[in-house]
Ligand binder design. Sequence first.
Ligand code: IPE
Ligand code: IPE
Ligand code: MG
Length: 248
Amino acid sequence: MPTPQEPAAAVPRHVAVIMDGNGRWAQRRHLPRTAGHRAGIKAVRATVEHSVRRGVGALTLFAFSSENWRRPADEVDVLMKLFVEVLGREVDELAEKGVRLRFIGDRSALGTRSVEGMAAAEERTAGNERLLLNVAVSYGGRWDLLTAARRMAEKVRDGALDLDALDEAAFGRELQLGDCPDPDLFIRTGGEHRISNFLLWNLAYTELYFCDTLWPDFDAADYDAAIECFARRERRFGLTSGQVRGAR
Ligand code: IPE
Ligand code: IPE
Ligand code: MG
C-alpha cells in the first residue's frame, strides 16, 4: 500500500527562513537583546552548512526587515555593525563552500560600509553554484511588490512593455527573487505564527512550518525536523488529492 501522502520531493529546492527569537533568547539569560543577535550567528552558519549537506539549492534568510528600522537606535546600530563584521569574516569560508551570496532589500537605506561589503561579497561569490544564499536586509514584501509595480509602470509608460504582456511570469521576474523558484518550505523560529512582511508574492504556495525554538538554538536537528515535516505534506496547488496522485 502506498502511503497516503507521497511526497513530491523529499528535500525542498528553496527554503526561506524568518530567524526570530534572538531578543527573547538573550532576555531569558538576563543579557541585552543584542547578545541574542550575536548568538544567532552560529545558527546562521549551521543552517547554511546543513543546507549544503542536504542538497537544498537556495536558502533565503530574513535578517532585517523594513519595519526593524523602527527599533531603538542602539539595537539597529549594533545589528548593522554586526552585519558588516560577519560579512567580512565569513565571506572567504562561504566562497570555499561554493555558496553564492546575494542580498535583497532596499540598499538606499543602508550605510556605505554595508553596501560596499554586500557588493564585494556578491562579486566574489558570483560564480558559485552549490547553494544560492539570499540574505534579506532592509527588506519588506510590500516594498518588493511596490518597487516591481513601479518599474513595470515605467516600462509601460515609456513604451518598453506592452500592457498585455504583463502577466504573472513577467511581474514575478521584476521582484527581488525574480530568477529564483518560489520557496518550497518556509520556516519561522521563535513561536510566532506570521509572515511579518517577508516574501509576500513568493510564498503563495510555500509550505509553512513554525517552531518554538528561539533562533540562536536552531540547529541541524531542528532543520531536519522541518524538512521531514515538509516531505510528509501533500502539495496540491489547488488541485484535488486524486489529481495530484495521478488518479483521474
Ligand atoms: C530576530 O530576532 C532578529 C531580528 C528581527 C533582527 P528578534 O530580535 O525579533 O527577537 P525577538 O522576537 O524579540 O525575541
Ligand atoms: C521578522 O521578525 C523579521 C526578521 C526576523 C528579520 P520580527 O521580530 O521583526 O517580526 P514581528 O515584529 O514579531 O512580526
Ligand atoms: Mg522578533
